[in-house]
Design a protein around this ligand. Structure first.
Ligand code: GYE
Length: 345
């Protein structure tokens, strides 16, 4: 009985060793019995074992990026490309120009190319089930990076990214402090339907809910870009003028666009209109040093190292947590000058 138990794994080992030794395509199961009957020495056996484990150098990664809408995104892309280069990973990178259909096409092409693992930052939360299922059916694991998708958990290996609700709460609490608990706020929302826009709105509202003097008087999307942020702020100013006490922008780029609009309108950003935003990119530190921005909540884009670490684990069948959160802080103008030289994005 015991011998029988040992016999099957031994036969399998001999077969694998023989297949590896004669470099036949692994999918060819019609290998002849005589090939399998080679003697298996221990060194051959261990190299056959290793051959099933991927290393960075023999891993092919498909990455479906959103676009280049913000400073944050530029830093995120640079981190992923740089780390792939450092590790010797073969990276197939696609820029979807902020269109979900382009991201879906990219994922399909990665599936066709049989990459080992796919990374994707879903531009919006919904509409991913079909294509994620296709990746699953093809046996290709998928890692959500930066943004979550609204899909069942079995359709992705793990999510690497921030707690956007918590960022919204931090922004709301900072705004209460800055306004002394009272003020009329306009909100520049991120890309409609995206996880960070949805969650940063929720967290902010949660934080100000018990402070009745805090009132959101207008809320509109600036799509996470400077140009749109400026445009929408101009519209807010046209409607509400100096009734506006504060701006909450879901990212720094929109805040920076809005700062321009406020100056052109003849008001002082950071004084007449207090501003809190999210990301903590260099441009935000510069604006804080100039006194035009009152606070930025950090959202870390340098996800390259953690992403490839997870990718290798997932490809090799290791257990990984369903969510790997990134560590984040919050910054105010008094420390901006000292910290700017240390900022990496
Ligand atoms: O805050 C914004 C970018 O998904 C966290 O996307 C990211 C957001 C980031 O365009 O600047």
């Amino acid at each position: 009985m015991r011998m029988q138990k040992l016999l099957l794994p031994l036969l399998l080992l001999i077969l694998i060793t023989a297949l590896a030794a004669c470099a036949a395509p692994a999918a060819d199961t019609s290998q002849s019995a005589s090939d399998a009957a080679q003697p298996a020495d221990s060194s051959a056996a261990s190299s056959a074992g290793e051959a099933t484990m991927k290393s960075y150098e023999d891993m092919v990664v498909g990455y479906a990026q959103i676009g280049a809408e913000s400073e944050w995104r530029t830093a995120n892309t640079a981190s992923i490309k740089e780390e792939a280069g450092n590790l010797g990973v073969e990276l197939k990178f696609s820029d979807a120009q902020q269109k979900q259909e382009n991201q879906i096409k990219a994922i399909r092409s990665f599936i066709a190319q049989q990459v080992d693992v796919i990374g994707v930052s879903p531009v919006v939360e919904t509409g991913w089930e079909t294509v994620f299922q296709e990746a699953k059916d093809a046996g290709i694991p998928l890692i959500l990076v930066d943004r979550r998708a609204d899909v069942p958990e079995d359709l992705y290996a793990t999510y690497l990214g921030s707690d956007f609700v918590e960022e919204g709460r931090k922004a709301g609490n900072a705004m209460i402090e800055i306004l002394g608990g009272e003020g009329k706020i306009v909100e520049l929302v991120g890309t409609v339907g995206s996880a960070p826009a949805n969650d940063r709105a929720t967290g902010f509202r949660e934080a100000i809910a018990d402070t009745p003097g805090m009132e959101i008087i207008a809320s509109q999307s600036g799509d996470f870009t400077r140009a749109k942020g400026k445009e929408v702020m101009e519209a807010f100013l046209k409607t509400y003028g100096d009734e506006i006490n504060a701006l909450y922008a879901h990212n720094d780029d929109m805040a920076i666009g809005a700062i321009q609009a406020i100056e052109e309108y003849g008001l002082k950003p950071g004084e007449d209109i207090k501003i809190v935003s999210v990301d903590a990119v260099r441009g935000a530190f510069e604006a804080m040093i100039e006194g035009k921005l009152n606070c930025t909540v950090e959202c870390n884009p340098l996800l390259g190292p953690q992403f490839f670490d997870l990718a290798l684990k997932v490809v090799n069948g290791e257990e990984v947590p369903k969510w790997v959160p990134s560590e984040e802080s919050i910054f105010f103008p008094d420390e901006a000058e000292a910290l700017l030289p240390t900022r990496k994005y």
